[in-house]
Write a new protein. Structure first.
Length: 295
């Protein structure tokens, strides 16, 4: 039972990590908590289903197009809601982020309705529904393997972008000192837009994977996942990409083990208890760096 719950927890944790990375990248670059990120995650699932049902696209083509659309949605959100307030008080930007989240959620309800709906199972490749490995009470499906492979590949790709590309270097420079980066010729607007696009694309993939995994999608799914992913980002250390990955895994495993050994009714409470404990003993998060105020 422990091994099965651990597999389920890792699956859930990797998905949380993908969403948390979007939060932490945006915060690291412009110190903004993008509360609309959870709704982009939700839109990824609905875009994918819409492209399959209305355009007749195959599964993987629908995923790619949904990711592109969410990346463009992220750029649009930044351009319309956040860029005009870049010099405003942080409270004004925070309220705008919450307002954008509510707006997107209600817009999705108008377009797709408020009732939960299943994913288009006929479009999902048949092999993803098969069992890959069975050892005693432990069952590992090809869908688990697919989720592991996609999330790990995207995390490695993200690390390469941040560490080995010019745009990644510009992102790191902007996170350290925006004025100095501008003086070195960094196009701030372009880098911020790219950051939103990258984070939104990863959030879209997470939304699609969750919809396939649970065979359900609904317009409020981004709220709960967004709160948990934000908690994962804080748990790992807000602003740290490796921390967001680790925080997502820790939160997912804690939630799964709590549901398996205590009760599924308390899974959220147990996960947040772990978060609170870490924040009490290490306020900067697991991999976060303590900020020292200089007099």
């Amino acid at each position: 039972m422990f091994e099965q719950q651990l597999i389920n927890g890792l699956t859930l944790g990797l998905i949380y990590a993908m969403i948390a990375v979007g939060y932490t990248m945006v915060y690291g670059v412009i110190e903004l908590i993008n509360f609309a990120h959870g709704e982009v995650y939700m839109l990824g699932a609905f875009y994918c289903v819409t492209f399959i049902t209305m355009l007749g696209l195959p599964f993987y083509a629908a995923i790619i197009l949904a990711v592109v659309c969410c990346a463009l949605t992220g750029i649009l959100i930044e351009r319309v809601a956040y860029r005009p307030l870049r010099s405003a008080h942080r409270l004004a930007v925070l309220i705008t982020a919450i307002g954008m989240s509510i707006f997107l959620q209600n817009l999705a309800m108008i377009i797709w309705g408020s009732r939960p709906r299943p994913f288009v199972q006929d479009a999902v490749p048949r092999y993803l529904k098969d069992t890959a490995l069975t050892m005693g009470d432990v069952t590992l499906s090809w869908l688990h393997v697919f989720i592991f492979a996609v999330t790990v590949a995207m995390m490695l790709g993200l690390n390469l972008i941040i560490k080995r590309t010019r745009i990644g270097t510009a992102m790191r420079a902007l996170s350290q000192n925006r004025i100095a980066a501008q003086l070195q010729g960094v196009n701030v607007d372009r880098v911020i837009s790219f950051t939103f696009a990258l984070g939104s694309g990863m959030g879209a993939v997470a939304g699609i994977l969750v919809a396939v995994y649970y065979n359900a999608l609904y317009t409020t799914m981004g709220y709960v996942a967004g709160v948990k992913a934000f908690s994962a980002a804080v748990l790992g250390g807000i602003g740290s990409v490796p921390g967001a990955m680790l925080g997502g895994i820790v939160l997912g495993v804690a939630e799964s083990l709590g549901a398996g050994y205590v009760s599924s009714l308390y899974r959220d409470g147990i996960a947040y208890a772990v978060l609170i404990a870490v924040i009490i003993f290490r306020p900067s998060g697991i991999l976060g760096k303590a900020v020292v105020d200089k007099a």
